[in-house]
Design a protein around this ligand. Structure first.
Ligand code: HEM
Length: 526
């Protein structure tokens, strides 16, 4: 790859912190203190007998042994365990146990443990893949120093508050094109698929300042299928009771390997093209002007000089795999919640028109003022939590909630269950964005809907290992939802009242969701 050593440092810009809410844990929900006697790991409650047999135990809770599907009903099964065993229990996963934590007080203790290595658990398929293929490991598949080596220099460009201001104008271009397309179509058949195309364009422009063109060109859909296959095979590998991919190239392994290598090649080619473009601008003297008008992430990473190009391409591949499914599903669920709650949709529309009227450029400052929009997104993520939980692995033996837990134990902080727990969120399935607004409304406050522990709903994770793409994800979510509601009344066809979910890595509607878009008058007046 060609070097871009002489390229000048990019422009700075500013961004205020997004909505933050502090709330104290309701006294009635505090985790009961233990009697002071520390219990052993084996005394931790959880399924026993045949359900505790290595490799087999977990599988026995699902089809064909029970009526439960592993993808659709995982949370239902875990909820039944919580009801039976309490807020902390262990279940068999492979030859080890995973501890599930379903109370914010215990979650808080685990998040506050010291972590140096920030380990993650990877299925054997990942270990086998990197044994057979001599390419740098993806960021999300690294631990320890190897992880920090890639994550620390990328944080400088991805996570500093100014990052959101840098990415927003680029993403807004994509969002405007998406709206123009929707104005012609006036519906979204298979909303996740349509919004995934938007997400893929967002990540293309954020990574390479390039438009892949998939909003208007179905031949580009191949890459969406490929990203989908990567996540599907990863999910299958995570859930397989026997870690067979570690030893044998199964169909799942082969599909993963083929698609993942294809993605790497595709991104490498794109990166080479973009480096050539930057070098051409440098040589013809237009680079400085260009960089004054447009943020360029690739340029920032390369000119920072802290990572070699092959590591940068690895990081960009993580941005692609994390983004498309997360955003495609996340945005779809927000729109569905607004469609199912027309009064909330109207309140959001009023906020948008008050702040930007029917202008087609929103921009970072206006976006930051849209507190109801942020609340709608957060409330939707609470109801359809993007992950089952966050994994933490203690790096020394610790005592948690009265139990001695050996170092290296996988602990799943089960945010999904906590965020739908009536002890913390009265009427937990009710879509109430007012839970998250500072002023709320008195009815919502009087009913106690707002008094919940802050640690529960953290859809982008917590701490150093949280979402590396959050400053891309947030404007992509906010701009698309704001612009869609600014231009259309969104509804579900035939009075549908519920969206059933299953999951890939992220939750996704069980059957494709169609959204009806009725133009608002103002969207045709400009
Ligand atoms: C609604 C959308 C999204 C949600 C809810 C989400 C959530 C998360 C969460 C919770 C994690 C931490 C996982 C852990 O602790 O192991 C994570 C990691 C990550 N996310 Fe996102 N994400 C979203 C979109 C994105 C986007 C758009 C990008 C890229 C532009 C992205 C890039 C990443 C990367 C690279 C990591 C791995 C970080 C690491 O291992 O150090 N995500 N995401």
């Amino acid at each position: 790859m060609k070097s871009v050593q002489k390229i000048i440092v990019p422009l700075q810009s500013h961004f205020r912190s997004p909505l933050r809410r502090s709330s104290s844990i309701a006294q009635t929900t505090a985790f009961p203190q233990t009697d002071g006697n520390v219990k052993t790991f084996s005394e931790l409650p959880g399924p026993t007998g045949i359900h505790d047999i290595p490799y087999l135990g977990m599988a026995l809770h699902f089809k064909p042994f029970t009526k439960y599907e592993i993808l659709d009903d995982f949370v239902e099964v875990m909820t039944s365990f919580r009801e039976k065993y309490g807020d902390i229990f262990k279940v068999r996963a492979g030859n080890k146990h995973v501890i599930h934590v379903c109370h914010p007080d215990i979650a808080d203790q685990i998040y506050k443990l010291p972590y140096k290595e920030n380990h993650r658990h990877f299925p054997g398929m990942i270990e086998a893949f990197y044994k057979y293929n001599d390419i740098p490991r993806a960021l999300s598949m690294r631990s320890g120093k190897d992880w920090a080596k890639l994550r620390t220099p990328s944080n400088e460009h991805l996570l500093k508050p100014k990052a959101m201001a840098n990415f927003t104008p680029l993403i807004e271009r994509v969002a405007n094109d998406f709206i123009e397309k929707l104005k012609k179509e006036l519906q979204m058949n298979d909303a996740v698929r349509e919004i995934s195309k938007y997400a893929y364009e967002c990540v293309g422009i954020a990574s390479f300042n390039k438009r892949y063109g998939c909003l208007n060109d179905s031949s580009q859909d191949e890459m969406l299928d490929l990203l989908n296959t990567i996540l599907k095979t990863l999910q299958t590998a995570f859930l397989m009771p026997f870690d067979i991919n570690r030893y044998y190239k199964t169909k799942t392994y082969r599909e993963f390997e083929q698609t993942f290598l294809h993605l790497q090649e595709f991104l490498k080619k794109n990166m080479e093209e973009q480096i050539l473009r930057l070098n051409t601008m440098r040589d013809d003297g237009t680079l400085k002007d260009y960089l004054q008008n447009e943020y360029n992430f690739l340029y920032a990473m390369l000119s920072g000089g802290k990572l070699p190009p092959e590591e940068i391409v690895t990081l960009i591949s993580d941005l692609h795999t994390g983004a498309v499914e997360g955003l495609g599903n996340g945005i779809t669920f927000v729109l569905c919640d607004l469609a199912l709650n027309p009064d909330k949709q109207e309140t959001l529309y009023e906020e948008i028109t008050q702040i930007v009227g029917d202008k087609s450029v929103i921009g970072i400052d206006a976006l930051q003022k849209m507190s109801y929009l942020q609340a709608c997104i957060k409330e939707s993520q609470r109801i359809t939590y993007p992950f089952t939980g966050m994994l933490r692995i203690p790096e020394s033996d610790v005592t948690i909630a009265g139990y001695r837990i050996p170092k290296g134990t996988n602990i799943n902080i089960n945010h999904k269950m906590m965020s739908l727990d009536g002890r913390f969120f009265p009427q937990p399935t009710k879509f109430l964005p007012e839970r998250w607004t500072r002023d709320g409304n008195t009815d919502v406050i009087d009913k106690g809907y707002t008094n919940f522990p802050n640690v529960i709903v953290k859809p982008f994770g917590l701490g150093v290992r949280s979402c590396a793409g959050v400053r891309v994800a947030k404007p992509a979510m906010m701009l698309s939802v704001a612009k869609i509601i600014q231009n259309f009344e969104v509804s579900l066809p035939n009075g549908e009242k519920e969206i059933k979910t299953t999951r890939l890595l992220f939750p996704t509607p069980k059957v494709p969701v169609n959204l009806c878009l009725k133009p608002r008058q103002s969207s045709y007046s400009n």
